[in-house]
Design a protein around this ligand. Structure first.
Ligand code: B12
Ligand code: SF4
Length: 495
């Protein structure tokens, strides 16, 4: 098929996640980018590669293709970009998101096929760039904030500009997504209310990029939430802010408005252990009354030296107190941990596992023990790069596809991977056991697969329990067998 420039659609936005990933979350950043474009009459499609296989998509139809790039997806994004360039020579490809914002010059230089890159918040800059490309507006490239572009052998980086009034980013165009692709949304609908964070945890993109904290006003949040309830009637609204609780007074006002307006939906949000260790009874009661039922917090480690190394500014005692405080007010605390951190020893890891057991006994849930990813630009990453050769593959490490990180021995990494795998199985089991058969069917697509997956999960869950009890994380063959069995139909796993 020959597509003339005249017939091309305007913009395609891509989320380059792993194809066939279970239960995807909304690509909120793409909805944020799409909103001002649509308002200015530019048509937008979203292609979520967790749901669609890019190899069967016709990219030639689009003038501008924007790709959001997290560090973990960098290698995938590169591969997909090369594919797009081969099939669609004259589409303009633009990168944005955390990774390009952390490493703009290298990212643009490493990717011949990428025309432009946008650092920082993309709404205004991407709109200006699209208007320049599509309508040939006379704005100068130098006047597009955050734009990174090549001119001959030079790369220019314009200073990014952050959005001052986040209320302007409310009411996202959810209609761009087929809600059937996101089965979780009926139960849990994703929403965001603030950006940035004032803390400086050394591993976090927010602190590396020094993203200033800004938030929507409670009154606007309430209107947006009413709209979501009216259109989608979810049971829970997941507030996906990096740190929702930065301003206690804003949260108190929001809760009071929810109660006043008799809004009955439940809430999940992310906060910090030190906050929840210190909140008084009145505030906790207010949260419960307003509908908060789950609070996610990064506990990160059970070892104080590691907490200090990660600049978390919390102690093990605070982690325990935060759990107790939430449980006392019937709010489920959901904690996460990170291992395979530079300078960590097995003693630190065992302390993390002991803390894991202790908080679970107190009533907390754990949503994962993650493998540390050294993001570019952080102090930790600079330190390890000085001592070790870090490959870009390090960024792409994931539970089922471990890449050598270079700062720990291979056997130590496998040991960590097996621990993360056990925690993953505990999580999968806790989620799936509450699912109805039809919910599982929506995820697995065929009843036979539901039965097979349930059996695999059951078997490996008990193996993981035995490993955990014995603290035996060597010889991780079960992990490989599990991924092979569970993902054997992911024929395009590394597509
Ligand atoms: C919600 C959230 C999630 C959700 C949903 C993710 C999603 N839809 O992308 C879930 C829980 C699934 C998730 C998972 C993970 N996440 Co997460 N997550 C977040 C969180 C808290 C908020 C993201 C968000 O919605 N922000 C709001 C939007 C509007 O902001 P934004 O993403 O920055 O997008 C703006 C700009 O970056 C830019 N932009 C973005 N994309 C593009 C593309 C173009 C073309 C342009 C022009 C501009 C542009 O414009 C946007 C609007 O202003 C952030 C923390 C944070 N502060 O961002 C971490 C964060 C994005 N996650 C992170 C990580 C590491 C992960 C995981 C890998 C964790 C893990 N170990 O498993 C997974 C992998 C994701 C997956 N498998 O898909 C890192 C990414 C760091 C990095 N350097 O890449 C962050 C920054 C947290 C951190 N620790 O530093 N995450
Ligand atoms: S509190 Fe959370 S969002 Fe803030 S810097 Fe630390 S890890 Fe990042």
């Amino acid at each position: 098929m020959i597509i003339s420039k005249k017939n091309k659609k305007d913009v395609l936005l891509i989320y380059p996640g792993q194809f066939a990933e279970s239960d995807p979350n909304f690509p909120i950043q793409l909805l944020c980018l799409a909103k001002p474009l649509i308002e200015q009459g530019i048509s937008v499609d979203i292609l979520d590669l967790r749901i669609n296989d890019y190899r069967y998509f016709d990219f030639r139809e689009y003038r501008v293709i924007g790709i959001t790039v997290m560090t973990v997806f960098y290698n995938r994004a590169k591969k997909i970009t090369e594919f797009i360039r081969k099939t669609s020579r004259d589409s303009i490809i633009v990168y944005g998101g955390h990774h390009p914002s952390l490493e703009p010059i290298t990212t643009l230089k490493e990717n011949e096929a990428v025309n432009y890159l946008i650092c920082g918040e993309g709404e205004a800059s991407f709109l200006k760039l699209c208007q320049k490309i599509i309508y040939k507006s006379d704005i100068d490239f130098l006047d597009i904030e955050g734009l990174v572009f090549k001119l001959g052998n030079d790369v220019f980086v314009n200073k990014p500009k952050e959005i001052l009034n986040l209320d302007d980013t409310s009411f996202l165009p959810y209609g761009l997504l087929a809600l059937t692709d996101y089965p979780k949304a009926k139960e849990r609908f994703e929403f965001y209310s603030s950006r940035g964070c004032p803390h400086s945890c050394s591993f976090c993109s927010n602190s590396i990029r020094n993203i200033r904290w800004r938030a929507k006003t409670p009154a606007v949040m309430i209107e947006e939430i009413k709209d979501i309830i009216f259109s989608f009637s979810p049971k829970i609204i997941s507030i996906f802010d990096a740190n929702f609780f930065v301003s206690k007074s804003r949260i108190a006002e929001f809760c009071k408005l929810l109660i006043k307006e008799k809004i009955k939906v439940k809430f999940y949000a992310m906060g910090r252990c030190d906050y929840f260790a210190g909140y008084d009874a009145d505030f906790m009661k207010l949260l419960t009354e307003a509908g908060f039922i789950e609070i996610a917090m990064g506990a990160e480690s059970g070892s104080l030296p590691m907490l200090k190394y990660l600049n978390k500014n919390i102690t093990v005692e605070m982690i325990i107190s935060s759990v107790k405080n939430c449980v006392a007010y019937k709010i489920k605390p959901i904690l996460s941990f990170v291992i395979d951190v530079p300078n960590e020893t097995k003693k630190d890891i065992y302390q993390t596992l002991d803390l894991y057991d202790a908080i679970v006994k107190l009533g907390a849930a754990v949503n994962g023990i993650f493998l540390f990813i050294p993001f570019p630009g952080s102090k930790i990453t600079s330190e390890i790069i000085e001592k070790f050769q870090l490959s870009k593959d390090t960024y792409a490490r994931s539970l089922y596809d471990i890449k050598e990180v270079g700062y720990h021995s291979r056997s130590y990494e496998l040991f960590c991977q097996t621990i993360a795998f056990c925690a993953h199985l505990f999580l999968v089991r806790s989620i799936r056991k509450n699912w109805s058969f039809s919910r599982k069917l929506a995820r697995d697509k065929h009843w036979m697969k539901v039965v097979v997956n349930d059996s695999i999960d059951w078997l490996f869950y008990y193996l993981a329990k035995a490993r955990w009890r014995l603290r035996f994380f060597y010889l991780g063959y079960d992990l490989r067998i599990y991924w092979w069995l569970r993902n054997r139909d992911f024929s395009v796993k590394d597509n």
